[in-house]
Design a protein around this ligand. Structure first.
Ligand code: UFG
Length: 330
C-alpha cells in the first residue's frame, strides 16, 4: 500500500514510517517540519514539506503518489499548552484535520488512520480504560482529539470512508539501535526528562505530586513502545478495506507504572542516580490511566513486544545516549 504519513517526521510518525517499510508498504511523508525532524526520514522515502491544511498541495500529493491510506500524526500534544492557548490546539488538531479530510474526499482517498489519546476519557473514567467509555476530556488537547473522533464517526457514515482510531497511552521508547527517537522542544515527558538528568543535562527533576490515591502516591501511567504502537496501526489496514467502517482501539501494555518506578528504572538502566524534588500536582494530570487493550489483541492479533518498563527505558536510553542533543547536534 502507498501510505501518506502526515506528521511522518515527528516522534510517533517517524517510527511508523520505518515499521511501514518493514511490513512491505511504501510510506510517503508529509510534514511541515514545525515540530518534526527531517533527519528522522529514512533515505529513499519520498518527503513533501507542506502543511496538512495546504489543500492544493495535499490533493496533488494524494493523486500523484497514488495514496491508498492516510495516517495522521500531526498534532500539538502538550496538555498544559492546550489550556493556555486552546485555539492553537483547535486550529492545528481540529481545523487542519478537517482540511485534510476534505482533501482526501477531493482526491478520492477513503482510508484514514487517526492518532487519538486516552486523554479523551478524562478523570471520571476508572482504569483499565475500555473503548466504550464516554468521551469526557478535561483538557482542550483531549477535547480536540475527542472532536475528531466524533467527526470521523459522521464521516464514515456519510461518505463511505473507513477509519481506525488509536487511543495511545504514554508513547515512549525508541527504535531498535537508537537510530531515531524522541526529540521534543521543550521536552516535558517523564522518561526523556529522567534520562536528561542521568546524562548530566539537568541537575535534578521534579516529581509532580506524591499525594495521589496510588500505591506510592505518584501518578500511574501505561508506557507503551512507539514501535508497538506503529505495528498495531499497520495490522488494522485489512479492516479498512470495508467501506463505512469505524474502528477504535486502545493501545497500552495494560501494566501501569508510577513516576517513582520510572525514575528507578532509569537509574537502573543508566547506572546513574536521578535526584528529584517533590513539586505540587501538575494541572490536568489524572491519578491513573492504563489500558485494557483486549480489543486490539483479539481483532488485530496485537501484543506489545516491549512488555516491561525496563525494555522500554533501555531503548529510550540507547537513543538519548547516542543523540544527547536530539537530531540537531547528533
Ligand atoms: N511527570 C513528572 N515530572 C516531569 C514530567 C512528568 O512528575 O518532569 C509526571 C507527570 O506529572 C505524569 C507522568 O509523569 O504523572 C507522565 O507525564 P508525561 O508528561 O510524560 O505524560 P502525560 O501522561 O502527561 O501525557 C502524555 C502525552 C499526551 C498523551 C498522554 C496520554 O504528552 O499527549 O501521555 O497519557 F495524551
Amino acid at each position: 500500500m502507498n501510505v501518506l504519513v502526515v506528521g511522518g517526521a515527528g516522534y510517533i510518525g517517524s517510527h511508523c514510517v520505518r515499521q511501514l517499510e518493514v511490513a512491505g508498504h511504501t510510506p510517503i511523508v508529509l510534514d511541515n517540519l514545525v515540530k518534526g525532524h527531517k533527519e528522522s526520514i529514512p533515505e529513499g522515502v519520498a518527503f513533501h514539506q507542506a502543511d496538512l491544511a495546504d489543500s492544493s498541495a495535499v490533493v496533488k500529493i494524494l493523486k500523484d503518489e497514488a495514496i491508498d491510506i492516510v495516517m495522521h500524526f500531526a498534532a500539538f500534544i502538550e496538555v498544559a499548552e492546550s489550556m493556555q492557548d486552546p485555539l492553537k490546539h483547535y486550529e492545528n488538531n481540529v481545523a487542519k484535520t478537517i482540511s485534510l479530510l476534505q482533501s482526501m474526499r477531493e482526491a478520492g482517498v477513503n482510508k484514514f488512520v487517526f492518532s487519538s489519546s486516552c486523554t479523551v476519557l478524562g478523570e471520571e473514567a476508572k482504569p483499565p480504560f475500555t473503548e466504550d467509555m464516554p468521551l469526557r476530556p478535561i483538557s482542550a488537547y483531549g477535547q480536540t482529539k475527542a472532536d475528531v473522533e466524533v467527526i470521523l464517526d459522521y464521516c464514515t457514515k456519510a461518505y463511505g470512508m473507513s477509519a481506525a482510531i488509536f487511543r495511545y497511552f504514554n508513547a515512549s521508547g525508541a527504535a531498535e539501535g537508537g537510530v531515531i527517537g524522541e526529540d521534543h522542544d521543550p521536552e516535558t515527558h517523564l522518561i526523556p526528562i529522567a534520562i536528561q538528568v542521568a546524562l548530566g543535562q539537568r541537575e535534578k527533576m521534579l516529581v509532580f505530586g506524591d499525594d495521589y490515591p496510588t500505591p506510592d502516591g505518584t501518578c500511574l501511567r501505561d508506557y507503551v513502545h512507539v514501535d508497538d504502537l506503529s505495528r498495531a496501526h499497520i495490522a488494522a489496514f485489512p479492516q479498512l478495506e470495508e467501506t463505512g467502517k469505524l474502528l477504535t482501539y486502545n493501545l497500552g501494555t495494560g501494566t501501569p507504572a508510577s513516576v517513582l518506578e520510572i525514575i528507578k528504572a532509569v537509574e537502573e538502566v543508566s547506572g546513574k542516580p536521578i535526584p528529584y524534588d517533590l513539586a505540587p500536582r501538575r494541572a490536568g494530570d489524572v491519578p491513573s490511566a492504563y489500558a485494557d487493550s483486549a480489543k486490539a489483541k483479539s481483532d488485530l492479533d496485537w501484543t506489545p513486544k516491549y512488555d516491561t518498563i525496563r525494555s522500554i527505558v533501555e531503548s529510550a536510553w540507547a537513543w538519548h545516549q547516542s543523540h544527547p542533543n536530539g537530531y540537531d547536534k547528533a
